[in-house]
Design a protein around this ligand. Structure first.
Ligand SMILES: *[C@@H]1O[C@H](CO)[C@@H](O)[C@H](O)[C@H]1NC(C)=O
Ligand SMILES: *[C@@H]1O[C@H](CO)[C@@H](O)[C@H](O)[C@H]1NC(C)=O
Ligand SMILES: *[C@@H]1O[C@H](CO)[C@@H](O)[C@H](O)[C@H]1NC(C)=O
Ligand SMILES: *[C@@H]1O[C@H](CO)[C@@H](O)[C@H](O)[C@H]1NC(C)=O
Ligand SMILES: *[C@@H]1O[C@H](CO)[C@@H](O)[C@H](O)[C@H]1NC(C)=O
Length: 374
């Protein structure tokens, strides 16, 4: 063997030796393994019972639920896009992948959490929304199939595609949202990331695992992860948020390949979601920068032309109070569009033959700009 080969071998062994040392050290908070998937993006495989999400004071007595009592995916015939999900890594069984948060990430996540769009009171300065929702709950869940595109978003701006559930009473709101977001201030890069956001009875909003609350259960698909996309080529996500029939916890499940129950927000976090959510919805959201410049939404194009030419939500379905799955347009729905000069919405119209494939769908999006209103 040449000296170089030996050196290379030793260099490759060092991380191995190091991780073996970690395993033996028996210190609970040390990761059993770590995966650095790109510069500044590292996941630690943490013992599922010691994950930081459980540190929330409301979860002192919480028992982890390992899987939903009724699966969202065992009744489905998968025709989903097989190719979009590339498994990046897999944590050892008994551990879960948790994104390593920098101080900057936490601070910026808190800052954006305070400005965060509330589905029940759309009027936040600089926020614009497009989508559909139904307020005729209680609902036990929402699911949709939707795509995310890379966009040029500047610091201080954010652009989201999301599904959500929520309830409001007097001045209090509880909600959970999940989907894609581009938010360079939070993530430190301009990529598309999957995400989850919740606000419960403590009144604070929280992204992902930037603060405790979310319980990660899957050992291979984290709640939050980046996608490397070419301009104009979407990632597709088929995603569900539903309330567990037995425990009342709110699960997030991927229904595209692979079918995965990612984890859940425990019922203890909420006071208005015990018996379902008043409201469900899906759509795009943007947050303008302080100077008032609004970012693009969807593909950055208005929904004109063919249905593949702009961003889309399809197969939008809700679970009614009896956990029965129904197309969203079988409930009374509202169209949301608050800045039509910047962002558009076009409800899909297809022949009955196609309806079974697409379900209820719409195209949406737009370029944003400096005159989208407040
Ligand atoms: C946990 O259980 C103890 C004993 O039953 C109870 O006093 C306490 O209030 C519970 N804490 C929470 C956050 O539910
Ligand atoms: C699932 O889909 C395949 C291909 O479209 C079809 O042949 C099969 O009958 C379906 N199975 C069920 C249980 O619906
Ligand atoms: C989906 O992926 C699996 C595993 O890679 C493969 O076996 C299967 O043939 C694929 N199905 C389709 C419809 O491409
Ligand atoms: C973003 O901006 C760069 C440089 O101006 C441009 O080359 C690229 O096509 C833009 N991407 C999108 C998705 O608009
Ligand atoms: C990684 O973080 C550093 C410091 O925040 C930043 O300067 C750099 O651009 C980041 N790299 C990427 C690829 O985002």
């Amino acid at each position: 063997m040449s000296t170089e080969t030996i050196m290379a071998l030793i260099m490759n062994l060092i991380p191995l030796l190091f991780s073996a040392a970690l395993v033996r050290s028996d210190q609970s908070m040390l990761p059993l393994r770590s995966f650095k998937i790109s510069e500044n993006v590292t996941y630690d495989c943490i013992d599922i019972y010691k994950q930081p999400g459980l540190d929330h004071p409301l979860l002192k007595n919480h028992t982890i639920q390992m899987k939903p009592s009724v699966s969202r995916f065992e009744f489905k015939n998968q025709t989903g896009n097989n190719k979009t999900y590339k498994k990046e890594f897999e944590c050892p069984h008994g551990t879960v992948p948790i994104l390593r948060n920098s101080k900057e990430y936490i601070t910026n996540a808190q800052f954006f959490a305070e400005k965060y769009f509330h589905p029940l009171s759309g009027d936040r300065p600089g926020t614009h929304i497009v989508g559909v929702r139904s307020s005729n709950g209680p609902f036990r869940g929402i699911e949709a199939w939707f795509n995310g595109y890379t966009l040029n978003i500047s610091k201080e701006q954010a652009s989201y595609s999301q599904i959500y559930i929520g309830s409001g009473l007097n001045n209090e709101v509880n909600f959970i949202q999940a989907g894609y977001m581009i938010n360079p201030s939070v993530f430190g890069d301009g990529r598309v990331w999957s995400y989850g956001f919740w606000q419960g009875k403590d009144g604070k909003g929280c992204y992902n695992t930037a603060c405790p609350g979310f319980v990660q259960v899957s050992h291979e698909v984290p709640l939050v992860e980046p996608y490397d996309l070419k301009p104009g080529v979407p990632v597709w996500l088929r995603c569900s948020i539903h309330q567990d029939k037995q425990t009342g916890n709110w699960w997030i499940t991927l229904l595209s390949k692979p079918n995965v129950d990612i984890g859940y927000w425990p019922k203890e976090l909420f006071n208005l979601l015990n018996n379902g959510a008043n409201l469900v919805g899906v759509g795009g959201v943007v947050q303008a920068s302080r100077s008032g410049s609004s970012p693009p939404m969807g593909t950055g194009k208005f929904p004109i032309g063919g249905r593949r030419e702009s961003a889309m939500f399809t197969n939008i379905e809700a679970l009614n109070s009896n956990y029965e799955q129904r197309k969203i347009d079988s409930f009374p729905i509202e169209k949301l569009i608050d800045s039509p000069s910047c962002y558009g919405l076009r409800i899909g119209k297809v022949k009955p033959f196609h309806r079974t494939l697409l379900g209820f769908f719409f195209n949406y999006g737009g370029p944003g700009g400096n005159s989208c209103g407040v």
